[in-house]
Design a protein around this ligand. Structure first.
Ligand code: IDC
Length: 339
């Protein structure tokens, strides 16, 4: 009997000691974790086909693009961005700065940079991400205005060197006979070198051939930089599953896709909305957490414009909402942003 009691006491003592040990080590572990926790910052990284934060959390950005600043700059200010953030739930704003002289873009009109700064500063203050878009289009090839681009990105990346909210899109849509190997890649290498000199961490979006829709040549000779995403642009009336499949196989190879521009019309940006086709694209992007940006916030008489033709939101009216001013395109994107 005595032996049994002694044995029970021995077992209980051992159990208590073991439990105590684990309690202590658990507590120590918690304290260690707490002391060594890495805080999540706002920097974004393109990694393995995803956009992630510094602690590896996957991030999807959703946003709206301006139309050309040289034509619709008066519609864009801090209030516009705040209303879009609060009413549409976006966390990203894209500043489309056309570059070609023929469209009175940056090559002919250096004052556009001031508007870029005004809007980027406003977006940052609102704790939003912002894309500074070097909007090549009629100038087909990023090499056309490369000297301006190098100077522009050197200055802008210096100003925003420590600013994780700023994303650089260095060539909207290369097109015509522009190729990846001969034109875009060498251009990107030079521009990225300028940006990296000031801002080693920033996320950079690089346009791809054929209006940012071709990835084969990119995958065969990718950029040697550890924080670039590649642009995929689509318009629901013109592009469908064939393009999604191409993008999927590119993504599966570990490249990060960023839909820095898309629309619900056809590629001309005008005419009817392809609502169902657009929703299929949105579902596809959301499922993969691919970030996307809608074209565009303007009041031009064209199907893609988010505001009714010619109207200008009056932000001085107390309690005003953008709802009163939205076109069918604006209403559609509001719905799609809520998916
Ligand atoms: C369109 C505008 C239109 C303008 C035209 C040329 O909606 O008002 O006249 O540019 O400047 C893109 C381009 C984007 C186009 C858009 C629609 O990035 O600038 O905007 N689009 O055509 N790529 C595919 C479609």
């Amino acid at each position: 009997m005595k032996k049994v009691i002694l044995a029970i006491i021995a077992v209980l003592t051992l159990a208590a000691t073991v439990a105590g040990y684990f309690m202590i080590t658990n507590k120590m572990q918690e304290e260690y974790d707490e002391a060594h926790k890495i805080p999540e910052t706002k920097w974004l990284y393109a990694k393995g086909g995803k956009i992630v934060s510094n602690i590896g959390r996957e991030i999807q950005l959703k946003g709206i693009s301006t139309h050309g600043l040289q034509w619709y700059g008066h519609l864009y200010n801090a209030k516009t961005i705040k209303h879009l953030r609060d009413e549409m739930g976006i966390n990203l704003f894209r500043i489309a700065m056309y570059t070609d002289a023929g469209s009175n873009g940056y090559a002919a009109n250096k004052t556009l940079k001031e508007k870029v700064y005004e809007l980027a500063d406003a977006a940052i203050k609102l704790d939003m991400y912002v894309i500074i878009d070097w909007h090549i289009l009629n100038d087909n090839n990023p090499q056309t205005n490369k000297a301006d681009a190098l100077e522009f990105f050197a200055e802008v990346s210096k100003k925003y060197a420590d600013e994780p909210h700023v994303i650089y899109e260095i060539c909207n849509e290369p097109n015509g006979d522009t190729t990846w190997e001969k034109d875009i890649k060498p251009y990107a290498e030079e521009v990225i070198a300028k940006i990296r000199k000031n801002s080693p961490e920033s996320l950079i979006i690089v346009g791809t051939p054929n209006w940012s829709k071709e990835f084969t040549d990119v995958a065969n000779a990718p950029l040697d930089d550890n924080n670039v995403a590649y642009a995929l642009h689509f318009y629901a009336g013109s592009h469908n599953k064939t393009l999604r499949d191409k993008a999927d196989s590119f993504k599966r190879r570990g490249y990060t896709i960023f839909v820095s521009e898309c629309g619900a019309t056809d590629a001309a940006g005008n005419g009817q909305l392809y609502e169902e086709a657009f929703e299929r694209w949105v579902t596809w992007m959301n499922k993969r957490k691919i970030s996307w940006v809608y074209w565009s916030y303007s009041n031009k008489d064209e199907g893609s414009a988010m505001l009714k033709n010619g109207v200008e939101p009056d932000f001085t009216v107390k309690g005003m909402t953008l709802d009163d001013y939205l076109s069918d395109s604006g209403k559609l994107v509001k719905r799609m942003l809520a998916l």
